[in-house]
Write a protein that binds this ligand. Structure first.
Ligand code: NAD
Length: 266
């Protein structure tokens, strides 16, 4: 925990966080609740979502969640937002964390892989934000954070990621447009773009063995690195910041010549 953590920076805020079942989303539920937010989460996986709810409550946080819900269907996204509004009457923060992608070299990408990734990384953000929009506008002074990736700005020679790069690039663009449309309503919309973060999703990508990655700041990314950035962007500390894409990658995307560090799944 860093010095400013646990000081109630989100006291009085209702934060909707998608994909709380594992990885960065679980840490988001924990840290947002630790800062005083009332968290309303969701996940397509009931078991892991319930585990997160227990972890947050055991630490004294306030959280409820809807699971299973599939945000890739617009009805699912609307059901999640409607359920949270029915319970809390408002929403101050929307953290569009949930996502799932399929990777592979260009020639091996099937139509289904492509559509799966667009549905589960891009559609779900649009459906969720669209459903939340009137409530965010009614609140005034509300905040959205989308999760991009360095894949939006940097290609990879060895890892085929056409669909993932396309969706994350689109999310950075969507962030700017939503920031524009949100500004008359004082809805701030920003993005965080992580580099390689040690999560279960990364295990699916790299397998059980660690990979060597040139990360200038000398260690792999942790979920809390991303969540702290999202927390800042959605807190009142960032009340004059909208439309930015905050890259959280230990310098990976902008500094050449760094020594490699071993990155593995948690
Ligand atoms: N881990 C990394 O290295 C990394 C890097 C860049 C960006 N990101 C982004 O960060 C976010 C979180 O990544 P993570 O590594 O924690 O992933 P993860 O797979 O560990 O967790 C994602 C969670 O979202 C849920 N989810 C997926 N699709 C859903 C849907 N349609 N409806 C409801 N819930 C759904 C999953 O069940 C899971 O609990 C994603 O948007 C991902 O693209 C991660």
């Amino acid at each position: 925990m860093i010095a400013s953590e646990g000081k109630g920076r989100l006291l009085g805020k209702v934060a909707f966080i998608s994909g709380i079942g594992r990885g960065i989303g679980r840490t988001a539920a924990q840290l947002f609740a630790a800062e005083g937010a009332t968290v309303f989460g969701c996940d397509v996986d009931v078991t892991t979502a319930e585990e997160t709810v227990s972890l947050v409550r055991d630490a004294g946080g306030t959280i409820t969640c809807l699971a299973p819900v599939d945000l890739g269907q617009s009805e699912g996204a609307r059901a999640w937002i409607d359920a949270g509004i029915a319970e809390h009457g408002r929403l101050d923060i929307l953290y569009n964390n949930a996502g799932s992608a399929r990777f592979g070299p260009i020639e091996a990408v099937t139509d289904e892989d492509w559509r799966f990734t667009l549905r589960n990384e891009l559609d779900l953000v649009m459906w969720t934000t669209r459903a939340a929009w009137p409530h965010l506008a009614a609140r005034g002074g509300s905040a959205v954070v989308n999760v991009g990736s360095i894949s939006a700005i940097r290609g990879h020679v060895l890892m085929g990621q056409s669909a993932h790069s396309a969706t994350k690039g689109a999310l950075v663009a969507l962030t700017v447009q939503h920031a524009a449309e949100g500004s008359p309503h004082r809805i701030r919309v920003n993005a965080v773009s992580p580099g390689p973060i040690e999560t279960p999703a990364l295990r699916g990508l790299i397998g059980d063995d660690a990979v060597e990655v040139p990360i200038p700041l000398g260690r792999p990314g942790r979920p809390e690195d991303v969540v702290r950035a999202a927390l800042f962007l959605t807190s009142d500390d960032a009340e004059w910041i909208t439309g930015v894409n905050l890259v959280v990658d230990g310098g990976f995307s902008v500094i050449q010549g760094a020594q490699t560090v071993a990155v593995a799944a948690r």
